[in-house]
Ligand binder design. Structure first.
Ligand code: PEP
Length: 249
């Protein structure tokens, strides 16, 4: 299966940004007629705007939470459950983002458990992995992402509901993008790991790249055979996001 047989996937991670006025501006430039039919598009607003954005955007554009917990309900102050997300029409969730791992201390084990629980409740998951700069410099990139992917894979039975996002931590929000070759090398090794579960899982699972993707670098990254789309932070708040969604046109 070639990269283009896996539908190109572009996620917009708004992180903790935006207010009603600026979100209305994003909704304005996200008109379906601006976006390639060959790309699946999912945006991820802050929790308090999820329902608003879900109601405003056409159903052709997915909406993702930026996190959810591994329980249906209960005494977990500050958390939301997959059932609550589904109740408001939100079917996607980003899990294991490097900011969750590195600022909020989420372990590989917790990320894996959250992925398993969200999938068991019928959510679709953008599962994030990626190495720190110190790990890359120590030559540990492949080992780190393999370890993170294994913790996720141990909790996945249906890979068609999972998109893997490779996001080198040193490239997130820094303006330092991995070169297409650097990203391709890691994506190829991740695909090999997925293929060892089954050749079909390796061939069909989308592996997207994140880390300072912008309107200028998206086309050369999209041209790599194992890069099946992007997870975009900063540029997803701007009309540049439309160019990134259409990067393979
Ligand atoms: C992200 O938050 O997932 C991300 C890749 O951010 P940025 O595009 O701003 O580097």
């Amino acid at each position: 299966m070639s990269a283009r047989e896996r539908k190109f996937f572009v996620g917009g991670n708004w992180k903790m940004n935006g207010d009603t006025a600026s979100i209305n501006g994003i909704i304005e430039f996200m008109k379906p007629e601006n976006l390639s039919d060959d790309s699946e598009v999912v945006v991820s607003p802050p929790t308090c705007y999820l329902q608003y954005v879900r109601q405003k955007l056409p159903v052709s554009i997915g909406v993702a939470a930026q996190n959810c917990y591994k329980a249906e309900k209960g005494a977990f102050t500050g958390e939301v459950s997959p059932l609550m997300l589904k109740d408001i029409g939100v079917n996607w969730v980003i899990l294991g983002h490097s900011e969750r791992r590195n600022i909020f201390g989420e372990s590989d084990e917790l990320v894996g458990e959250k992925v398993g629980f969200a999938l068991s409740k019928g959510m679709r998951v953008i599962a994030c992995i990626g190495e720190l700069l110190s790990e890359r410099e120590a030559g540990k990139t492949e080992a780190v992402v393999a370890r993170q992917l294994k913790a996720i894979a141990d909790n996945v039975s249906n890979w068609s509901d999972v998109v893997v996002a490779y996001e080198p931590v040193w490239a997130i929000g820094t303006g330092k993008t991995a070169t297409p070759e650097q990203a391709q090398e890691v994506h190829a090794s991740l695909r090999k790991t997925l293929s060892s579960i089954s050749s079909q899982i390796g061939a069909q699972t989308r592996i997207i790249y994140g880390g300072s993707v912008n309107a200028g670098n998206c086309r050369s990254l999209a041209a790599m055979s194992d890069i099946d789309g992007f997870l975009v932070g900063g540029a997803s708040l701007k009309p540049d996001f439309v160019t990134i969604v259409n990067a393979q046109d």
